[in-house]
Design a binder for this molecule. Structure first.
Ligand SMILES: *Cc1c(COP(=O)(O)O)cnc(C)c1O
Length: 217
């Protein structure tokens, strides 16, 4: 099932769009099945769960952290991940920078734009993101801002979702036009809405349910 689901998605994804299989709450056996079908990028949103899964799975997996990250959990996450997609505050950004410097490791991140109507959602405003990108031009930085991440409003209304994607796509292009180096990833789109995200420039889609089935919380 998992292999079939993966193939039916990858068949439709344009080349150049990375599929991140969101494996949170699913057992290691499910991830292994996806791995055996060729999947290499996996997304997790809880530090403990990520740290527990990493040693049980092949070393060439690229792990993406996609959840809210507390600064006291950095050491459970940063040693293992290839991309932190969910940097949502200056406090977190600076804590990651400090960890990167003291561990002498370059950390790739995405800045999370607060999209959508939900008040509980984390993320920066557009102005905050622009200001961070303006000040982040140093060649010596141990943090590399690779792009933006966003979650559209949780609604059935396709027009509302599309407006969210248009907004983040515009911001993405505006920052690219500033000439920020290595800024090339737009992570939008989940199980319900990824084809629309691809239409609006997604370079990464984060898909859980359509690959692994429903999560049991
Ligand atoms: C869970 C999650 C997803 C995947 O959601 P599905 O609807 O299962 O595809 C994508 N992005 C983030 C940030 C998530 O937390």
């Amino acid at each position: 099932m998992i292999a079939e689901n993966l193939h039916s998605i990858t068949r439709k994804l344009p080349s150049g769009v990375t599929l991140v299989a969101v494996s949170k709450f699913h057992p290691v056996s499910a991830l292994q099945e996806a791995y055996d079908a060729g999947q290499r990028d996996f997304g997790e949103n809880r530090p403990q769960e990520l740290a527990a899964k990493v040693p049980l799975l092949p070393a060439d997996i690229r792990w993406h952290f996609i959840g809210h990250l507390q600064t006291n959990k950095l050491k459970m996450v940063l040693p293992y991940v290839s991309l932190v997609q969910s940097v949502d505050s200056l406090h977190l950004l600076e804590a990651i920078r400090a960890w990167a410097v003291s561990n002498n490791r370059l950390i790739d991140i995405l800045l999370e734009l607060h999209l959508g109507a939900e008040e509980t959602k984390h993320g920066f405003t557009e102005d905050e993101i622009i200001s961070i990108c303006h000040s982040e031009r140093s060649e010596e930085s141990m943090i590399r801002i690779r792009g933006l991440m966003g979650m559209a409003t949780n609604t059935e209304d396709v027009r509302v979702i599309e407006e969210d994607f248009i907004r983040i796509e515009k911001l993405f292009k505006r920052i690219q036009a500033m000439g920020l180096r290595d800024f090339d990833q737009l992570s939008i789109g989940m199980s319900g809405d990824w084809p629309l995200a691809v239409k609006h420039g997604a370079t990464m889609v984060r898909i859980g349910t359509d690959i692994f089935g429903p999560r049991e919380y």
